[in-house]
Design a protein around this ligand. Sequence first.
Ligand code: PMP
Length: 377
Amino acid sequence: MNKRVEAVQISGIRKVYNKASKYDNVISLTLGQPDFPVPDIINKAMIRAIEDGKTVYTSNAGILELRREICNYLRKININYNPEEVIITVGGSEGLYATFMAILNEGDKVLMPAIGYPAYENITKMLGGTMLTYDLNGDFSINFDSLIQGLDNGAKVLVLSYPSNPLGATLSKDDKEKLYKIIKDRDILIITDEIYASLCFEDGYNSIAQYEDIKEKIIYISGFSKMFSMTGLRLGYVCANSKYIDQIVKVHQYGVSCAPSIVQWAVVDGLKYCMNEINVMKASFIERKNFVYKKLLELGLEVNDPKGAFYIFPSIKKFNMTSEEFCDRLLESKRIACVPGTAFGDKGEGYIRISYCYSKESLEKALEGIEEFIKEL
Ligand code: PMP
């Protein structure tokens, strides 16, 4: 076995999901899977693509029509790339993997949020890189002293992840400007994972990729799993200057050849005609978020109001239990599954992640169960 791969654990999110599947009648708030159907326009376009025989390999980078539509979409949030700077990947996951593989040498230091999506840490470790972390403040914004310390410790890559899984935090305009000033004159490469960009609850979207003059330091990763509620259809993308794209495309080619052809064709229509569906989903997530946030406050939990994505990350520190113990006992006694904060890094101890992309009825029942559980403690 490869020793680095052996040393890596399967994701803590999947572990809880597997534990929960052993019980009957569990309300599982564990996965980041929106409960909306795929927009009809996308389904129809996929069927049309099959009927038209568009079932063959595409170019490695993906069909030009889709790369163009992605550029048009990104332009609306003030991010400018041209189609030659885009690779269509098998989900954001493959985009992340191919990117890390293309840029990391053994021992390279990757600076990532202390509480973040587990792929950053584990891909880094599988490739022989070294993980450094930057702390977050109480409101889950970046702790800039800690970030600068990490950069001074020789980080080659800085990972940004907004809107955040698991925190629901977004990048504020002030923090974007602070980051820009720090990055501008440093020799650092940024990987910005913005897979939840379409689920930002505030007006105006902030991304480090909006600064034209530091674009040669940025690799932008996103995808359609969350945007079009199509997690199983596996489509994402990477945008970057050609010096990165030329290398990333090699990893992509030897790993997967190309992303699924019919899904690529379908998402061209998605980007052209389904913006309204996205707004409907977003409005529904905001409603559910408001419900869950209010309820958690009523239960006396310390919790930040999420500004994007569909996760909330309350503190359970006052119950004097580890996150894992809290989640295990909640599952055993109330049949409700949440993810321990430690699935997202050691600094996640004392928190749990609740995915609120489930039906209102499930959320209501789950919160009633959590209320009973807390009362019994
Ligand atoms: N980045 C983040 C922050 C995520 O939460 C996820 C999925 N949960 C991904 C990337 C990868 O998503 P996919 O491969 O489905 O595009």
